[in-house]
Design a protein around this ligand. Structure first.
Ligand code: COA
Length: 431
């Protein structure tokens, strides 16, 4: 019966694009959830479509979508809810707007603030009961499916079938198409000596049995790779990526000592190399849940001994953490950084680490600054931050005075900048 209905709803990506009216507000889930054939077909349709622009919302786009195409400017509005390369560049060229916010609020904002016409998503092939899995993206998919007026799916055999709260039944779908195309993959993680040093420092603070969240970027990945000798680690994370596969396969992660979801790795999205997607396919050891659950600090805190590791761009002497912009240059988004810092703080025995190399631009710029670069966006507040790490050590800030913080941060700055930072700290009465 499901097969007959499947055939009834099956059409081409172009036919799906035809069903999207001008002025529609559309969204897909995070990252690999983008149905690349449908969005490409919609791009082609936009070239001739009259009437109000179509709006496309997406968190962490990784495909060179039609929504960042200069030739279509004015015919669409692209909104990035967390920017990586394409969206960052599109914003810089005036082709995209950005939605500030906590990642965990994304599901609620649709419906509350944004009336959604279309939800489209890449999914794994249907199972024999008529269910598709959202594969690498739990995040906002269920919420979008509940709130949209039309649901279009792009069935991709490369999308892993995953478990958790992350399925949609054929009966809910307006139409579907098929696209046999490999998923976008992240470049393999390159661990440079600085990341390795930072990884080793943080690894020294992580006890056996801890439950981990590792954020986005080279440093969290390096931390993961430094944990291979640990025992009985657990995973409760926003982003599931290569270092986690490594830790599970080498036996460091068992999830046996977790105090929530024992025995399972929990995530809300996955992005990495093909190794990650192969590992996830039909793997009951990993479960994906919506981001409003996974990133909720109260849920995170139910994991005893929770350790969160996230990267940032710069930190000032009070301990304000900027992770989203380099001065006025838009770079990424808040994501789950603040929620994991807060969740770790509330966890029994929890810790959180914010890490960065001590310098940028080939060693010419210190990333520990007296004040943040003008225009820098504060992601994690000085009141939430626990510890900041560079390749020169760990500065514990929680429960430390302003002067103690400045001293601790200068001690982990690159030696070439310590004198200047000390001078500035004195000018600011921080020493
Ligand atoms: N001044 C000038 N340039 C700077 C800079 C600064 N203060 N800080 C970084 N840069 C440059 C770097 O040198 C690097 O340049 P390159 O690409 O030419 O080498 C570039 O900016 C990126 O910096 P890097 O430290 O390599 O970033 P990353 O890829 O490791 O990502 C974040 C770091 C902070 C952007 C990323 O972790 C993020 O988006 N965090 C916010 C959300 C979050 O933490 N979510 C957690 C849950 S997943």
């Amino acid at each position: 019966m499901e097969q007959a209905l499947y055939q009834e709803k099956l059409c081409t990506a172009a036919e799906i694009a035809e069903q999207i009216e001008s002025g529609s507000v559309c969204a897909c889930g995070t990252c690999l959830s983008e149905p690349a054939a449908i969005t490409a077909a919609l791009g082609a349709r936009l070239r001739t479509l009259d009437g109000p622009a179509v709006t496309h919302h997406q968190t962490m786009p990784v495909y060179p979508s039609a929504f960042f195409d200069e030739a279509l400017a004015g015919r669409y509005t692209a909104v990035s809810w967390f920017s990586t390369g394409y969206a960052r560049e599109a914003f810089a060229r005036g082709l995209a707007d950005v939605m500030p916010g906590y990642y965990r609020d994304v599901p609620a904002l649709y419906g509350e603030e944004i009336n959604l016409d279309v939800f489209y998503a890449a999914v794994s092939p249907m199972d024999r009961h008529g269910y598709f899995s959202f594969g690498t993206t739990g995040a906002e998919c269920q919420a979008l499916a509940r709130k949209a007026k039309q649901i279009f799916l792009e069935v991709n055999p490369h999308m892993p079938r995953t478990f958790g709260d992350q399925q949609i039944h054929l009966s809910k779908v307006t139409a579907l198409c098929e696209n046999d195309a490999p998923l976008a993959a992240a470049p393999p993680v390159q661990i440079d000596p600085v990341s390795e040093k930072i990884g080793a420092l943080i690894a020294g603070e992580i006890p056996d049995g801890a439950t981990l969240q590792l954020g986005i970027g080279a440093i969290p990945a390096a931390v993961g790779l430094c944990l291979r000798e640990k025992r009985d680690l657990g995973i409760h994370t926003e982003l599931f990526s290569d270092s986690m596969v490594e830790l599970i396969e080498c036996g460091a992660v068992t999830n046996d000592r977790k105090t929530l979801h024992r025995g399972k790795s929990i995530a809300t999205l996955a992005y990495g190399t093909q190794r990650v997607y192969d590992f996830l396919h039909e793997n009951v050891g990993v479960e994906f849940y919506p981001v409003n659950y996974v990133n909720d600090p109260h849920v995170i805190a139910k994991n005893d001994c929770f350790v969160s590791v996230n990267a940032c761009l710069e930190v000032d002497l009070w301990g304000q953490v900027a992770s989203e912009s380099i001065g006025t240059r838009h770079f990424s988004g808040t994501g789950g950084q603040v929620d994991f810092v807060r969740g770790a703080r509330e966890s029994k025995g929890g810790r959180s680490f914010i890490a960065m190399p001590s310098t940028a631009k080939g060693g010419t710029v210190s990333r520990i600054k007296p004040v943040l670069t003008a225009g820098a966006i504060v992601t994690t507040s000085k009141n939430d931050v626990d510890a900041v790490v560079t390749e020169y050590g760990i500065a514990r800030l929680r429960g430390r005075t302003a002067k103690q913080r400045a001293t601790a941060l200068i001690a982990i700055a690159h030696p070439a900048f310590r004198e200047e930072l000390t001078y500035e700290a004195k000018q600011m009465n921080l020493m």
